[in-house]
Each structure stands twice: as C-alpha cells, then as structure tokens.
Design a protein around this ligand. Structure first.
Ligand code: VAH
Length: 343
C-alpha cells in the first residue's frame, strides 16, 4: 500500500490520479491533515472515484504508525509541507510540519523495513511483512541561500538557506541521506523549482505567476509581488509529476545520489508579463514587491540539473509560453464552467 501525505495539496491533488494508475487504485491511500468535504471534492473536480482517504497529521507519530500498520503501508509519498511564504509567517508551525513531520515519516519507513527483516528471519509473528519501504519526498531550490552561486547552481554546493522552509527542506535531504546510509531506506527526492499549476493553493513565493495569470484573465491587468527582473527557475506541474514518477521508478543502480536538482526554464516577472501579452495583447502590469521579494532574492536564478538528465534521462517538455497558454486556457475553461453552473 502506498501512503500519500498532503494528498490534497498543490502537488498531491494532481499526483494522486497518476500514483493510482501506477500502483493500482486499491493500493493508494490519500491522507491529509483534513479530508476535503464532498462539496470541495466536487467543486474542485477531483477526478477520483472510490478513493481511500484518511485524516492524518504528519506531526502525530503515533497516528502515522497506526495508519502504516493498519493499511500495511510499504511505500510513502510524503508531500505534506508548509511552503516558503506561509512558512515565514508561521515559522514554528512550518518547523513542526516540515521537520518533525519528515522525521516521523522516515521513522515509519525504518520500522517497516525492520518488521520485514524481523519477519523474514522467522523470529517474528508478523504474517504478511511489507516489502522494503521507500520514501519519496520533494525538496526545493529553497535549500540554496544567498551565499550559493546563483546562476546554474549545481547539485553539490554549500547550502545555507535563510528561510524556515529552506532550512526544513535541507533537513529533509540530510535526514533522507542518513536513513538511506544507516538503515537502507530507499529515500529519493527532487529539488523542485517554482511549480506552476492551475491548482496552486498560494502560500509559495513562486505563486506570483499564478496570481498574474488569474488577474490577467479577470481584469486585463495583473500585479506581480516581485520586481520585474527577479529571475527564478520554474516548471509546469505536468513536468513536475513526470520527474517524480521517473525518479520513483528509476533503477536504484542508475542513481548516483538521493537528491537531484530538476528544472525546466528560468523567468522573470517581466518575461511572464510579455508571455501573457502574446495571448492577451491589451494586458497591463504593475510590480509591487512585498516581503516575498526577500525570500526570492536568496534563491538561484537558474539551476544545473545535468545529473538528473544523465542518471535517469530527465527532459522537460513545457517552456514559459507553453505554460502561459495551458494555464490561461484552463482558467478560462474553469470560469466558463462556473458561469454555466450559475445560469
Ligand atoms: C514556494 N513553490 O514558492 C514553492 C517552491 C521554489 C519555491 O518551493 O515556496
């Protein structure tokens, strides 16, 4: 059984159908700190049927262990996290969820593996020992800090993050490597750039792009909370999910590391504006930097993901204009569907 934490978050909601297809609908259980209501599931058009869902707080190790045991979990996709901007507003909460939560997840993975070894030795009473646990948990380019080279930042470089989110993701990476080396846990992680998807819940610094798209469509004008020349790496949600699956199923012997940089392209708010203008020519833009600019300035302008492209043949497919067209079309279709509902 595959346990997904944060299943109703930005990545989780789009990842669930793919994981159910890969592992079998009956072998994936969706968990989140609060189950979405039926109306939210319907309203947000989650295309899941007969989905097993449980309410699970990753900060509650006892509840996690109970869930792992009762559902015979043998693989964990750990997506529960608090993003950068909200993490700077609530740093202690972000530490609980991102740091304590990740430790709890890896401890569960260690016990799964221990039980398997215990029952395989015949000494235990466990009848059906789960297979070897493996954990996929996203990291982020937020692990890099202002002292890291900001152009084509490599995988192996000094990471001195200056946000609670970045600190917690660096902790996840170090802990994942520790549990891999010491306990043999098959931990895999990707340092995601800004992920652009129509389902962005907000709370991220890179979500300025989604704000620009949705405002452009509604008002023919948009505002960026970052200055026009702040360059950051990005990828489309579909590239994000495909990279996660490709790493999840990559043969272990092809991997030269547990954590990989991945990206598709880099862009500035001005380039996002110019891309929108190709589809909405009359669009106007304002740049109103806020506290999130300080966060963005500590991150790379671009990252080098050549190890991912070499070890497991990573290739991105969406560039900026592809994303702009895809998201504007998706938002326009959503508006039409909502208008039809109220006719
Ligand atoms: C955030 N979308 O903005 C996330 C991401 C690189 C940024 O991790 O917090």
């Amino acid at each position: 059984m595959v346990l997904v934490t944060g299943a109703f978050g930005q990545i989780g909601r789009d990842f669930m159908p793919i994981l159910r297809q890969l592992f079998g609908e009956e072998n994936v259980i969706a968990s989140d700190v609060a189950k979405p209501t039926a109306s939210k599931l319907n309203e947000e058009r989650y295309d899941y049927d007969n989905l097993q869902t449980i309410e699970l707080d990753v900060c509650d190790r006892g509840a996690l262990k109970d869930a792992v045991k009762s559902f015979k979990v043998n693989r964990i996709v750990h997506l529960a996290t608090m993003l950068s901007a909200v993490g700077e507003k609530l740093p202690m909460k972000a530490h609980d969820v991102n740091v304590q939560g990740s430790l709890n997840i890896l401890e569960c993975a260690r016990e799964i593996k221990q039980n398997k070894a215990f029952s395989a030795s015949g000494a235990g009473t466990a009848k059906e020992a789960p297979t070897v646990a493996s954990v996929f948990a996203p990291s982020s380019i937020a692990v890099f800090g202002p002292s890291t080279p900001q152009d084509m930042t490599p995988d192996d470089v000094v990471c001195s993050p200056t946000t609670m989110y970045g600190i917690s993701k660096l902790h996840l990476e170090c802990l994942g490597n520790y549990y891999h080396e010491r306990y043999g846990i098959d931990f895999r992680s990707l340092r995601f750039p800004g992920i652009i998807s129509a389902s962005a819940p907000g709370g991220g610094t890179t979500d300025y792009v989604m704000d620009m798209y949705s405002e452009a469509l509604k008002y023919n004008q948009c505002t960026s909370f970052l200055s026009e020349d702040i360059e950051l790496p990005f990828m489309h949600m579909e590239d994000c999910l495909r990279s996660a699956i490709e790493l999840l199923v990559a043969p272990s012997e092809s991997l030269t590391r547990r954590v990989y940089n991945v990206t598709a392209f880099s862009a500035t708010p001005r380039e996002v504006y110019e891309s929108i203008r190709k589809f909405i020519p009359e669009i106007q833009v304002q740049y109103e930097p806020d506290y999130r600019e300080e966060i963005a300035l500590t991150w790379p302008n671009s990252v080098d993901d050549s190890y991912a492209r070499r070890d497991w043949n990573w290739q991105h497919t969406y560039d900026l204009d592809d994303i702009t067209k895809d998201i504007l079309d998706a938002l326009a279709a959503e508006r039409m569907a909502n208008m039809a509902k109220f006719r």
